[in-house]
Design a protein around this ligand. Structure first.
Ligand SMILES: C[S@@+](CC[C@H](N)C(=O)[O-])C[C@H]1O[C@@H](n2cnc3c(N)ncnc32)[C@H](O)[C@@H]1O
Length: 249
């Protein structure tokens, strides 16, 4: 099965059951806050979001950003993104079906920031390089590139074998965890400067997929614990997800 078919089926069938939960809401609320804090994106900025899925993070960002264009390879995801942003009355969001794993992004103009939330790890290394080059070309001078991806060194990865069936169900055939240093090096080769790695999720993201029925009352405590683990210096590099922030000059 290819990426597009996998994600079409996921968004058609089971996404609502997992992504509408309190835990998932918390994960996406935090992803939006971390992005705004790291990139300092504001109402004066245009943003491009690669692999935007159903636009859940983009809807959270919409009140804080001038304009957002979301691209995704899955027509089902883009349909949902459009329907939900319209239903929420958000007029500064637009979405298009597009393969963002190529080295050209044409027809959308220039941007102040390009984001890729949980997207790059669906591409091969060669495609990541192409996507980074395309992102740099789409950015204005001084613009920011920001991505989040699962971390190859993550501690929770040691437990994947215990939940193999769930892991396989929620992972597309092409995705894998990424090495933060390798991604920073690929960003450098694509012409970005000052790549900075951050750690954005310790266990909350994987838990949202594994235990969607986690009661709402438990979520704040789990969130606080996760935030604490991200602050411990020797532990943070084993977090489940990392971010990359780099500048185009
Ligand atoms: C893990 S989901 C992340 C969705 C969203 N950014 C989020 O954080 O909820 C990965 C997304 O990347 C999309 N995708 C995979 N390969 C792609 C490609 N080559 N071009 C554009 N989108 C792609 C999938 O359809 C899917 O929506």
């Amino acid at each position: 099965m290819n990426e597009r078919d996998y994600h079409d089926r996921h968004y058609e069938a089971e996404a609502a059951a997992v992504q509408g939960t309190a835990l998932f809401e918390r994960v996406h609320d935090r992803a939006a806050r971390q992005f705004l804090r790291s990139t300092r994106t504001g109402r004066e900025h245009r943003m491009l979001s690669l692999g935007c899925g159903d636009g859940s993070i983009e809807r959270r960002l919409a009140p804080h950003v001038g304009e957002i264009v979301g691209l995704d390879i899955s027509p089902v995801a883009i349909d949902q993104a459009r329907t939900r942003s319209e239903a929420a009355g958000l007029r500064n969001l637009s979405f298009a079906v597009s393969d963002a794993g190529s080295s050209r992004i044409d027809g959308f103009g220039r941007f102040d920031v390009v984001a890729a939330f949980a997207f790059l790890h669906h591409l091969s290394d060669a495609q990541i390089s192409g996507a980074l080059i395309a992102a740099r070309q789409a950015l204005r001078a001084g613009g920011a590139f920001y991505s989040t991806d699962p971390n190859r060194r993550r501690l929770v990865g040691h437990f994947a074998g215990c939940v193999r069936a769930t892991y396989d169900r929620y992972h597309s055939p092409d995705e894998r965890e990424l090495d933060p240093d390798l991604l920073a090096a690929l960003a450098g080769q694509a012409g970005f400067t000052r790549p900075v790695i951050g750690y954005v999720d310790y266990f909350l993201g994987p838990l949202a997929w594994l235990a969607p029925a986690t009661p709402r009352w438990l979520v704040p405590a789990l969130g606080a614990l996760d935030g604490l683990a991200l602050k411990v210096p020797l532990m943070r590099c084993y977090a489940s997800s990392f971010s990359l922030l780099a500048r185009a000059y």
